[in-house]
Design a protein around this ligand. Structure first.
Ligand code: SF4
Length: 89
């Protein structure tokens, strides 16, 4: 969600610009442009997933991650994405 971006940046002690450049990627979904965690360069895993399979930003993890168990994009639920797209419009 848009308001989660500054929270995640503050949690990582970096600027919003740094968060966007290092960790986020624009996605188009249902007519909305959404900033979401990018994948690791060498896999399809979320960039925030640590080697021991923990979320690096757990206390401030994205809305979708709090609503849907798991870190694999394929497991995400369409209803959650529709809610997110509405918030970005
Ligand atoms: S819960 Fe998983 S998918 Fe969500 S930000 Fe954390 S590591 Fe990434």
């Amino acid at each position: 969600m848009p308001d989660e971006i500054p929270e995640a940046a503050a949690y990582l002690n970096i600027t919003v610009k740094e968060l966007e450049e290092r960790y986020l990627l624009e996605h188009e979904y249902d007519g909305a442009i959404i900033l979401a965690p990018r994948s690791k360069p060498d896999s399809s895993e979320c960039i925030f997933l640590t080697k021991d399979k923990r979320c690096l930003i757990h206390p401030v993890k994205p809305y979708e991650c709090r609503k849907v168990f798991g870190c694999e994009a394929a497991n995400r639920h369409k209803n959650i994405r529709d809610i997110i797209a509405r918030r970005w419009r």
